[in-house]
Design a protein around this ligand. Structure first.
Ligand SMILES: NC(=O)c1ccc[n+]([C@@H]2O[C@H](COP(=O)([O-])OP(=O)(O)OC[C@H]3O[C@@H](n4cnc5c(N)ncnc54)[C@H](OP(=O)(O)O)[C@@H]3O)[C@@H](O)[C@H]2O)c1
Length: 261
């Protein structure tokens, strides 16, 4: 099975911690040169320094807010001067929790900007290089809410659905050029995002964080949270030459917790 990414360059967004950081680590291990992107330069610099570079890769970072579309476009366009980016892990922070009915209209507009508008901006910058290389792997980090909406994540559920249909449409358009588009759907995975969600539920329910965590683990058939590296394993496979015939899927990495096919 060909998992080798040497000679390939990868852009991993939301990579200063959590799932994005784990994906950057996995892709670098497979030989890719990785550009990590998020808002916090110090964290990104630290991540860069820890990525595998046995094949002489020169990893780098872009510190930018993905909701500032002009700044995002300028920073990624400048990076493309160094060569095409063949692999794109499209990831960013999740919207704040809360019921759909209570969210301010602006919360939906902001999520649309940070997720879909940012994604479309990056897509149009990255496509020419992927097309001329005849190799593209677009991996969208979404959520299992694409398959079954999650209570109390109203804005998130809505924007993930929009992203999933954007991706499925692109999968049909781009495969002819050697570019695949797939969605990887994290279940409950041990990151700062999960910690803040559990703290929010504890605050609003009067339970302790440990009680909340216990309740969540009980709903996962494997009875534990995922590790970021387990999510990154799926991304590393889908980014590789071995996954060339897999296109347009939603892959849950959730320990079996999603109650639908
Ligand atoms: N962990 C889970 O259990 C789980 C489950 C389902 C879905 N998800 C979703 O999967 C994604 C990644 O999850 P995670 O747990 O790794 O989240 P996380 O720990 O909160 O990490 C989010 C990453 O995105 C970056 N980011 C946030 N806002 C940004 C912005 N405006 N511009 C650029 N970068 C931004 C953050 O870095 P900076 O703060 O430095 O910008 C960080 O690197 C999120 O969308 C999350 O909602 C996670």
């Amino acid at each position: 099975m060909d998992l080798d990414l040497s000679g390939k360059r990868a852009l991993v967004c939301g990579a200063s911690q959590g799932l994005g950081e784990a994906c950057a680590r996995q892709l670098a291990q497979q030989g890719a040169e990785v550009v990590v992107l998020a808002r916090t330069a110090e964290k990104l610099e630290r991540v860069c320094q820890t990525l595998a570079a046995e094949q002489g890769q020169a990893h780098s970072y872009i510190a930018v807010d993905a909701s500032d579309t002009p700044a995002l476009a300028a920073a990624v366009a400048a990076e493309l001067e160094n060569g095409p980016l063949h692999i794109w892990v499209n990831n960013t922070g999740g919207p704040a929790p809360g019921p759909a009915s209570a969210a301010a209209p602006e919360a939906y507009a902001n999520a649309f900007g940070q997720h879909l508008i940012a994604a479309q901006t990056l897509l149009q910058l990255l496509l020419p290089g992927m097309r001329s290389a005849g190799y593209g792997r677009i991996l969208n980090v979404l959520s299992t809410s694409v398959k079954a909406p999650i209570p109390n994540l109203g804005v998130s559920n809505s924007i993930r659905a929009a992203m999933a249909n954007w991706a499925k449409t692109l999968a049909g358009e781009l495969a002819v050029d050697g570019i695949t588009v797939n969605n990887v759907l994290p279940g409950l995975t041990q990151t700062a995002r999960l910690d803040s969600l559990m703290a929010h539920i504890a605050d609003t329910s009067g339970r302790s964080v440990e009680q909340v965590a216990e309740g969540m683990r009980a709903g996962i058939p494997v009875r534990r949270f995922g590790e970021p590296e387990e999510f990154a394993n799926a991304v590393g496979f889908l980014a590789s030459p071995a996954a060339a015939f897999i296109n347009g899927i939603n892959l849950p990495v959730d320990g079996g917790s999603t109650g639908s096919l």
